[in-house]
Design a protein around this ligand. Structure first.
Ligand code: FES
Length: 80
């Protein structure tokens, strides 16, 4: 199902990005461009994130476990 019409981003694409390590809305915006045009898809993107268990900021679902000693962003992990 298309979640972001403006950027043609599906829920499958969002889930794949999450599986690749993206775990914040900002990272999804940067990587996929969701909610960057009209913004109407923002709630739906958060819903997909919540269903995937990675949205801590707006939906109350706790973030996936990260190593506490060295928290890294998606981009730091990708560069490593
Ligand atoms: S539908 Fe996603 S920015 Fe317009």
């Amino acid at each position: 199902m298309i979640v972001c019409v403006c950027k043609s981003v599906s829920d499958r694409k969002i889930r794949a990005a999450i599986a690749d390590g993206i775990d914040t809305f900002d990272e999804l915006q940067f990587e996929l461009g969701v909610a960057m045009c009209c913004g109407k898809c923002e709630e739906s993107v958060h819903d997909v994130m919540a269903q995937s268990g990675v949205c801590a900021s707006r939906c109350g679902v706790t973030e996936r476990e990260r190593p506490q000693a060295a928290p890294m962003t998606f981009y730091e992990r990708r560069a490593a």
